[in-house]
Design a protein around this ligand. Structure first.
Ligand SMILES: [Fe+2]
Ligand SMILES: [Fe+2]
Length: 360
């Protein structure tokens, strides 16, 4: 690939990528000091972005200068939320709070799981990739980008992250509801907490390299689809008809949402950089990075829009019917609930099929 001589993005130290700068006022959520904070004008500024954000933009500019596409996931692939905003509103108004409390609690736990990104083994990319990686997002994954991401999701030291911020939003809107005791247990059995054994798709590649790229593809898809979760949370928790603190809870979700954008951006940048390169195989040959990245994205998107969605929907519905039994008219409520369902069929194509004519 061509080397751009001017405006070559510099390298950043781990300290720089993790630097939040200073805030006029910290963000306190539910009594917990959280990451991020406010500028003198009272605007929220996400944590660890003063160098990370311009760095990601510089890496993106470089990709485009070198004539490589920045890959994007089509948001039409994003399944609708279940229960949707109208359904959740109906449940809360009818006093069936458990499914909504459960959903919000699961969201906070899944955010906390985001910390596993720091445990992803980063192989020696300079030797695994044919073209140089200096001045790219790829070169910074193991030295700041994964760590910043992990801290954003799960908090760091005595500072809360998205896990604590979602808990605070839930508690503000629903006035510290009773948390069902089996949330974690059910998640371990069938929910998003389950770890799947991943089969090798490209056994000729270094195992750590494949695993890292597959994890990044998976996390990118989850991050893009999370935009639907934020929209859902913001609309529901800022509705004065069902929320005890529409302003505070709605704002909290909007801060979390703002923090997510660097995650989507660095992941798609690094994956695009890998797609623009050749990957070395164990037997001394090479594979097209583009083919590998697209295939991994295709597989993860297929799974999330098909089996994974069905599974999640089935589990939520099962629990919902259980919770409705406390209502005076469970059958009538279920009927009204079902009538509000968002019809959805997953798009036939993910956009990353192995068809060279498909968009990049
Ligand atoms: Fe998050
Ligand atoms: Fe995230």
């Amino acid at each position: 690939m061509a080397e751009a001589s001017s405006g070559f993005p510099r390298s950043y130290s781990q300290e720089e990528l993790l630097d939040s700068g200073s805030y006029e006022e910290p963000l306190i959520a539910g009594g917990v000091r959280c990451h991020g904070g406010f500028d003198p004008q009272g605007r929220y500024r996400s944590p660890r972005t003063i160098h990370r954000l311009p760095a990601v933009h510089a890496w993106q500019d470089r990709l485009s200068r070198d004539g490589h596409p920045l890959l994007a996931i089509d948001t039409a692939l994003m399944p609708p939320q279940f229960p949707n905003v109208e359904q959740a509103r109906l449940l809360l108004k009818e006093g069936v709070r458990d499914p909504v409390v459960r959903r919000l609690t699961i969201i906070s736990i899944v955010e906390g799981f985001g910390a596993i990104i720091r445990d992803v083994a980063v192989p020696d990319l300079a030797s695994q990739l044919v073209e140089p990686i200096e001045g790219t997002a790829l070169a910074h994954l193991g030295s700041g980008l994964f760590e910043a991401h992990a801290r954003d999701e799960a908090g760091y030291k005595d500072e809360g992250g998205h896990k604590q911020m979602w808990e605070a939003a839930r508690d503000m809107a629903l006035e510290k509801p009773r948390i069902p005791g089996d949330v974690l247990l059910r998640m371990m059995g069938q929910g998003p907490g389950r770890r799947r054994e991943r089969n090798r798709v490209f056994p000729e590649l270094d195992e750590d390299l494949e695993r890292m790229l597959a994890t990044m593809a998976q996390v990118l898809a989850v991050e893009v689809f999370a935009m639907g979760v934020f929209d859902w949370g913001e609309r529901l928790l800022s509705d004065p008809e069902v929320s005890a603190d529409p302003q505070g809870a709605g704002d909290m979700v909007s801060y979390i949402r703002a923090d997510e954008s660097p995650h989507v951006e660095y992941l798609r940048t690094a994956l695009s950089e890998a797609a623009a390169r050749s990957l070395r195989t164990a037997d001394g040959k090479t594979l097209s990075g583009r083919d590998v990245v697209r295939e991994l994205l295709h597989r993860t998107l297929r799974g999330l829009t098909h089996e994974r969605r069905e599974e999640q929907r089935r589990d939520i519905r099962e629990n919902l019917i259980e919770a409705m039994q406390a209502h005076a008219n469970p059958a009538g409520l279920l009927e009204r609930f079902d009538a509000l369902e968002t019809p959805w069929t997953p798009p036939e194509r993910t956009g990353f099929e192995g068809d060279p004519a498909a968009s990049g």
